[in-house]
Design a protein around this ligand. Structure first.
Ligand code: RIB
Length: 291
């Protein structure tokens, strides 16, 4: 089983012709209210990719709480580790332009009350703990300690934001980061996934968008290409990659196979609008891989 410790949001999504610059207002059409949050998204992606998944996080007791969980519940994600708190459910305000690029502002709300101690409520020891950086750093640190103490492989997605703490890198088994996050991970400039892997002793997956992904573990580099897709919306593509990568490892795949599976999943997630609404099933990922 994979356990995801992370954020749960509702996403308010508006399509715009182009993204605003600083101080600028741009006008879109209607908005969509969709389930999101990097933790919830990665949990759903792993589940749709075939893994048994539990999510640990925090939600408000407001009208957005149930819509935020609906997809997870319908797909059989274990939600017994989600606590209800007296704060608004997390929300993200997302603009998507004509090329599928986005700008996202997150109001953390209840995610600020996510607690690593809730990992102790799990009935079984997971094979993998999957984390991101949308809950308090102190709790992410505690969750990484929890995994280390139990010999659980921790996969840390460095998103969002830059400057992932060095202590996190020393505790994680695998770190997944895009090129912006790679650049100043650990609070200092780094040139490559390989350099980070050597400096901190973790495996590093660098996601390269349309150019695929690479995996460095201090001894070798594995690189895979991404399939060509028609991009509608890139929101949640990174989350889909992380969830699918964890699911493939959980199922016993080797590094190259897991990387190719995750790249294909993340690419397919760009072909439809929304984060969770665009996530492919395991069958769809396998069909594209063998096409
Ligand atoms: O990675 C995409 C996600 O980032 C969105 O679903 C939004 O909620 C933010 O957390």
């Amino acid at each position: 089983m994979i356990v995801v410790f992370g954020s749960i949001n509702v996403d308010f999504v508006t399509r715009v012709r182009r993204l605003p610059s600083e101080g600028e207002t741009v006008t879109g059409g209607e908005y969509a209210l969709l389930p999101g949050g990097k933790g919830a998204n990665q949990a759903l992606a792993a589940r749709k990719a075939g893994a048994a998944v539990a999510l640990v996080g925090a939600l408000g007791a407001d009208a957005f709480a149930e819509p935020a969980l609906a997809n997870l519940r319908a797909n059989g994600v274990d939600l017994s580790g989600v606590r209800r708190v007296a704060a608004p459910t997390g929300a993200a305000f997302i603009a998507v332009d004509a090329a599928g690029r986005n700008q996202i502002v997150v109001a953390a709300g209840a995610n600020g009350h996510a607690r690593a101690v809730d990992l102790d409520r799990l009935s079984a020891k997971p094979s993998c703990l999957l984390l991101q950086r949308e809950v308090p750093d102190a709790e992410t640190h505690a969750a990484l300690d929890w995994a280390r103490a139990r010999g659980v492989h921790a996969i840390l997605n460095a998103a969002p934001s830059s400057g992932c703490p060095a202590a996190f890198l020393r505790l994680a088994g695998t770190v997944i980061a895009n090129s912006h996050e790679i650049a100043d991970i650990g609070g200092m400039p780094h040139s490559s996934a390989e350099a980070i892997s050597r400096a901190y002793g973790c495996a590093v997956v660098s996601t390269l968008g349309a150019d695929g992904a690479l995996h460095a573990d201090g001894t070798r580099i594995v690189r895979v290409a991404a399939p060509a897709v028609r991009v509608v919306d890139t929101t949640g593509a990174g989350d889909t990659f992380c969830g699918a990568f964890a699911a493939a490892l959980d199922a016993g795949a080797d590094t190259r196979t897991a990387l190719a599976f995750a790249c294909t999943a993340g690419s397919l997630a760009c072909e439809a609008a929304g984060a969770q609404t665009a996530m492919p099933s395991r069958a769809a990922i396998e069909a594209r891989l063998s096409a």
